[in-house]
Design a protein around this ligand. Structure first.
Ligand code: HAM
Length: 418
């Protein structure tokens, strides 16, 4: 029989590692609420058309990486490769702007991309995603970036770098893309096959190329910063001014175009040198045309998504030891019922309680209690049963005392808090 295995590029998050996940999820919920964000949960699959129109048919994500299948009724369905498009769909469909003209939402959950798996790159991965709608002033760009950095710090990440760019808008970018294409056509034969294809389909993506031989040519290409219209230039200047006013350090990169087509103006990423080639912890930007493109009102948007696997990889391994306040040991078969009752009552009183109901020997029960890290063992044998008491062993000092049945919960609380 063949062994059943997880699908390539997916991984189990095991009980030993899950506490880090709980921690970063809890930090997100507490911190984002301070900035006025509320959680939204959208479906894991959507109509394929949403992503094709939202993210862009010529992006790698849509062209090569989506998990797309025909549903039984023939509809084309795709597992979400990112969260933004689905959230925008929900904002439009459910008219969320009516109730809240400055809508701030976040989402946490799995995304799916059929990329080549490697360290920090999976086919099912998880994002913390943040989106703010209906705000145009550059101060929201800065607030979103500041919150992203505050989040990383609150999670315990010490070293990272903020990279910043502006990719212009529908007014100024087309002329830049044409200038880029003209220049690229001249160097086409010297570029890698992917870049040659991108010259016609999506020249901006060339700026993202990592092939070493292409780098000298790419560095000499026209830069978006020289082609921004007045409005985009003013917007970017104000973003930078406010970042500096808040003391937020950043590095400008004219090559930060990002892998999704919906961006306008501000784009940003946070990178970490400790991640290797998949060095982006989070990425995002403004997408002022997306809501309209997907059939909604003319509404601005900005947000970012963080890769949770990558953040967890970067955090110091602080696995919480699992908690076991009391291990209940029934030393004779007749003690089982009272042990089960005690276990239930102590759990209801707020203690974490485990026991062994397999009738194992005293020695093996003590071994088990030790392995579980139990703070106390409550033992019940024939003698204790006759006298209505429990023998309580403190596993730290190995001291023992006898406590009356009805006094046990209060006694434990005192000892555990003391
Ligand atoms: P993205 O840059 O495609 O942006 O993904 C954001 C983050 O998700 C990356 O920085 C990375 O940490 C993580 N990530 C992406 N792909 C993988 C993968 N295959 N394995 C592990 N982690 C991965 C977006 O998804 C946009 N929706 C962000 C956004 C929100 N922009 C505006 N609002």
């Amino acid at each position: 029989m063949t062994t059943l295995r997880a699908i390539t590029g997916t991984r189990d998050i095991l009980p030993e590692e899950v506490s880090a996940w709980h921690r970063i999820e809890a930090v997100a919920r507490t911190l984002f609420a301070r900035y006025g964000y509320r959680e939204i949960r959208t479906p894991v699959f959507e109509m394929t058309e949403l992503f094709a129109r939202g993210i862009g048919a010529e992006t790698d994500i849509v062209a090569k990486e989506m998990y797309t299948f025909d549903d039984r009724d023939g509809a084309s369905i795709t597992l979400r490769p990112e969260a933004t498009a689905g959230i925008v769909r929900s904002v439009i469909e459910r008219n969320l702007m009516n109730t809240d003209p400055a809508l701030k939402v976040y989402a946490v959950g799995p995304m799916f991309r059929r990329e080549r798996p490697q360290k920090g790159r999976y086919r099912q991965f998880h994002q913390v995603d943040v989106e703010a709608f209906g705000l145009s002033h550059p101060s929201i760009d800065v607030e979103v970036i500041e919150m992203a950095l505050a989040y990383l710090e609150a999670c315990g990440l010490a070293r990272f770098e903020l990279v910043l760019n502006s990719v212009g808008d529908a007014k100024c970018r087309p002329a830049y893309v044409e200038a880029l294409r003209t220049e690229l056509r001249r160097s086409a034969p010297k570029l890698c096959a992917d870049c040659q294809r991108r010259i016609e389909t999506n020249p901006l993506r060339v700026l993202d190329c990592k092939v070493p031989e292409d780098q000298a040519i790419i560095e000499g290409l026209p830069r978006i910063s020289d082609h921004l219209c007045t409005e985009c230039r003013d917007h970017f200047a104000e973003v930078r001014r406010e970042l500096e006013m808040l003391g937020i350090a950043y590095r400008l990169s004219h090559r930060l175009v990002r892998g999704l087509d919906y961006y306008t103006r501000t784009t940003f990423e946070v990178v970490s040198g400790e991640l290797g080639s998949q060095n982006s912890v989070l990425g995002g930007g403004r997408y002022d045309g997306l809501v309209k493109d997907l059939g909604g009102p003319d509404l601005t948007g900005i947000g970012f998504a963080l890769g949770m696997e990558r953040l967890v990889m970067l955090l110091p391994g602080a696995d919480e030891p699992r908690r076991c306040d009391v291990f209940v040991a029934a030393l004779v078969p007749a003690a089982l019922d009272r042990a089960l009752l005690l276990q239930r009552d102590l759990r209801r009183a707020g203690f974490s309680v485990l026991m062994d109901s397999e009738g194992r020997s005293f020695k093996s029960q003590m071994k088990r209690a030790d392995k579980l890290g139990a703070r106390f063992v409550a033992m019940l044998g024939e003698d204790e049963m006759a006298r209505g008491v429990w023998t309580l062993r403190d596993m730290r000092g190995s001291s023992q005392e006898q406590v009356r049945d009805e006094a046990l919960a209060a006694h434990l609380r005192e000892r555990l808090n003391g």
